[in-house]
Design a protein around this ligand. Structure first.
Ligand SMILES: *[C@@H]1O[C@H](CO)[C@@H](O)[C@H](O)[C@H]1NC(C)=O
Ligand SMILES: *[C@@H]1O[C@H](CO)[C@@H](O)[C@H](O)[C@H]1NC(C)=O
Ligand SMILES: *[C@@H]1O[C@H](CO)[C@@H](O)[C@H](O)[C@H]1NC(C)=O
Ligand SMILES: *[C@@H]1O[C@H](CO)[C@@H](O)[C@H](O)[C@H]1NC(C)=O
Length: 213
């Protein structure tokens, strides 16, 4: 995480925006772990995710007890194409179905992102000691912030930083595998079926990022 921040600062200082011939890539199916940290250093969440890149579905379950009390207990099942998501509490098998207003999320580069720079993190010449990443940037839908995504050559998102008005967030992925290990995690649980969509209070924008604010 700190490496990512350093990387970003480095990028701001030295990189000029390249002429853009690049099209954003789309990440493959993935299973792994994700951490969410704000710039105050609080780990907001850490947990397992499953991502279906074609179906644009994401399950994320945070580990409430790890690593500190500031983390939020959260289980989400998001359907980006349908524009809905579920907040799940599997302990008491309860569920809320909500409208998704913004499809931005840290596992896929938005189509309108701008290629910024390619960075060789670590050592490019010593095997196993370097990581080559492309940096993609863009604005948030409400233009109240912007994001930078650090993505491997194979299109695996390593770190995404959202710079917002109120606070900023760093999403990092770890131990990623290129498959959906448990497809059932992307199926709406039976106790969530047939629920009405919750009303959204005025002024609230539902997005993946908002779940951690
Ligand atoms: C990704 O997972 C979905 C759902 O299991 C599957 O339909 C699709 O074929 C997978 N894509 C790849 C490239 O494996
Ligand atoms: C949460 O983290 C704790 C401590 O690392 C671990 O013992 C526990 O199995 C984890 N639970 C889940 C649901 O991942
Ligand atoms: C977490 O909260 C529990 C109960 O409120 C408290 O006993 C414990 O000391 C807290 N742990 C940390 C690391 O703050
Ligand atoms: C389930 O538990 C959560 C907190 O753990 C609570 O907020 C929610 O109201 C509970 N739902 C039901 C249906 O009991």
């Amino acid at each position: 995480m700190y490496a990512a921040v350093t990387l970003f600062v480095f990028m701001c200082l030295t990189a000029t925006t390249h002429a853009d011939h690049h099209q954003p890539c789309h990440s493959p199916n993935m299973t792994g772990f994700m951490s969410v940290t704000n710039l105050k250093g609080e780990v907001k969440a850490y947990g397992a995710f499953t991502y279906d890149s074609m179906g644009k579905k994401l399950r994320f379950r945070s580990n409430e007890s790890y690593p500190t009390n500031t983390s939020v207990g959260l289980e989400l099942l998001m359907f980006f194409d349908e524009g809905i998501f579920y907040e799940i509490d599997s302990k008491n098998q309860s569920c809320e179905k909500k409208t998704l207003h913004c499809t931005l999320h840290p596992l896929d580069i938005p189509d309108d992102a701008t290629f910024n720079v390619m960075v060789n993190s670590g050592s490019p010449t010593i095997e196993g000691e370097g990581l080559k990443v492309n940096v993609w940037t863009g604005s948030m839908a409400d233009s109240k912030g912007h994001y930078s995504m650090f993505v491997t050559m194979g299109c695996l998102p390593v770190t995404t930083v959202y710079f917002c008005e109120s606070t900023s967030f760093i999403f990092s992925t770890m131990d990623v595998e290129l498959e959906i290990k448990d497809p059932d995690l992307l199926v709406v649980p039976s106790y969530c079926l047939g629920l009405p969509v919750e009303e959204t209070p005025e002024g609230t924008v539902n997005s993946f990022l908002n779940e951690f604010m």
